[in-house]
Write a protein that binds this ligand. Structure first.
Ligand SMILES: Cc1cc2nc3c(=O)[nH]c(=O)nc-3n(C[C@H](O)[C@H](O)[C@H](O)COP(=O)(O)O)c2cc1C
Length: 224
């Protein structure tokens, strides 16, 4: 079977895409309205996309006719700032609750019983219960022809709970984060607990990078 996406209804394409492009990580995004109201909503059209500068993207499914805005999109457009928290199993229910369409004046973190913590470089809060939070600044946004929006952001700062990271080696105990991923349908999720290893083929270029990591700009200046 093959499907010609250009001849299909948007909802049908969406169904096929979201039941095959799985599991998707979930970015649980906080942002602030112009009036300073906290908004929180999950997005699984989400991923890290580049490391220089450190970049992530969010895909907002807005519909020109029936649902032209998402508060997250408006807030990021207006303020240029957001925080992306990662979702562990133990905050799955709260994340799910925040996907409800609350009116813009409702603080969704409070509704879900989650705790806001001040961020360092941006105004929207971190989610205290999340194992990882990324503070982000909007880089750009693509307004797609059908109404969808893709927000591109630079990660300014990462927060990770101390218990998950070995500061000396920058080794993260990823399985211990217990992150969940979005699967098919409206309510299926995957745990990140069924893992196996594929050894990477030996790449001379990758080995060189590990053995001789490039210096940071500041380091270059001081060593000259
Ligand atoms: C796990 C999960 C993933 C979601 N992913 C997306 C997504 O990638 N894009 C999107 O537009 N909506 C997504 N939604 C729906 C939004 O969270 C929902 O529309 C929310 O109300 C938007 O909130 P806002 O108007 O406060 O921004 C998702 C919902 C859930 C539960």
């Amino acid at each position: 079977m093959d499907f010609n996406f250009r001849e299909m209804r948007r909802l049908d394409r969406y169904k096929l895409m979201t039941s095959t492009i799985v599991p998707r990580p979930i970015g649980f995004v906080t942002s602030l309205s112009k009036d300073g109201i906290v908004n929180a909503a999950p997005f699984s059209f989400f991923n890290g996309m580049a490391s220089e500068p450190p970049t992530l993207v969010l895909g907002l499914e807005t519909y020109a006719d029936i649902a032209p805005v998402k508060d997250t999109g408006d807030n990021i457009r207006d303020t240029g700032e957001f925080v992306v928290a990662l979702v562990s199993e133990d905050i799955g229910d709260q994340m799910n609750l925040c996907s409800t369409s609350f009116p813009p004046e409702v603080n969704e973190l409070e509704e879900a019983g989650l705790t806001a913590l001040p961020a360092v470089d941006v105004a929207p809060p971190l989610i205290a219960e999340a194992p990882v939070n990324f503070e982000c600044k909007r880089t750009t946004a693509l307004e797609m022809s059908g109404g969808s929006k893709i927000i591109v952001g630079e990660i300014l700062r990462m927060h990770i709970k101390d218990e998950f990271v070995d500061m000396e080696k920058l080794y993260v105990d990823t399985p211990a984060l217990k992150l969940i991923g979005r699967m098919h349908g409206t309510g299926w999720y995957a745990r990140t607990s069924d893992l196996y290893e594929l050894k990477r083929p030996n790449s001379p270029a990758a080995r060189k990078l590990m053995d001789e990591p490039p210096a940071l700009d500041g380091e270059k200046e001081t060593s000259e």
